[in-house]
Ligand binder design. Sequence first.
Ligand SMILES: *Cc1c(COP(=O)(O)O)cnc(C)c1O
Length: 355
Amino acid sequence: MSYTPPPRDPKAPPVRVNLLSDTQTRPTPAMREAMARAEVGDEQSGDDPTVHELCGRVAALLGKEAAVFMPSGTMCNVAATLVHCRPGDEILAHETAHIISREGGAHAALGGFQVTQLKGPDGQFTPQTFRAALHPRSRYQPPQTVVSVEQTANIGGGTIWKKTALDEIVQIAKAQGMATHMDGARLLNATVATGIPAAEMTAGWDSAWIDFSKGLGAPIGGALAGSAAFIDEVWRWKQRLGGSMRQAGIVAAACIYALDHHVDRLAEDHANARALARGLSQIQGVEVQEPETNLVFFKPDGAGVSGDKMVGELRKRGVLLAMMDGRIRACTHLDVSAGMIEETVGHVREIVRTA
Ligand SMILES: *Cc1c(COP(=O)(O)O)cnc(C)c1O
């Protein structure tokens, strides 16, 4: 078994619809132009004006004192817990959280932290579940230092945490002396879907970040925000992890472009996701979770086709999507049109019909 994914099969049919992930977007010509025009400097020395502009924009957007530009969302999560916790500390998160299953064990490997997996439907735990998992300070049990939520909850179906639940979790955590961390990889999908500004969603959260390389369509980057003192500590970890960059303004310009041009249009991705779910749910035996944002999870097993078989058959027709934790995930984004959604539904119907 190799850690290196095999190269794309040259005999594979050409890709017609790519629903694998919103990370699959390509920078648009206008975004590339903005990148080419970017003023740059040495980011590591604090001299890149475009990175400064981006960090200022993100701090304001998330209602925090400061922000730092990172190469990835994963590094935002990892650097944040490395600042919040000490070795042996306990992080509480939903059992499907990205920090548990998709960051190579970073929080244990680099920080020596353990993550307690909270349960609950649709990738979310209730404030009551969180409260029940807390224990009094004791010499036996690990210090419970941080609670983490994903807005939106990826494996939960791209579901949106309600503002009331977020506020309640903050209150409980504060009373317990715990820090609060929001993995906002798709936070802006939640704000566009609900109309609730990002800064309201993150109010009371000690750290929060957004990803530019998902639905926003930039090639690289995330930005982590918090208090000035917190971000100062994050910078030390960014340096230690090798995340300090040089003329990063080239990339930051793409992120600024994305904030200016690709946020409101997330509504189109949500409309395409709803259209996909509607089409799929009309096919006998296909079980679909009603999407709240840009992720559509479904199971064709009831139609006599396994998820793996469906993914394989669609691939032969040039439609890419993936199995994720036992269901098929389709992700709409910048490079997916309403016509592609229709085409995808047609293929699924045909595969089920001939099964
Ligand atoms: C993608 C993702 C991340 C990690 O972001 P990268 O930029 O891919 O490193 C973290 N959390 C969630 C919920 C994600 O979907």
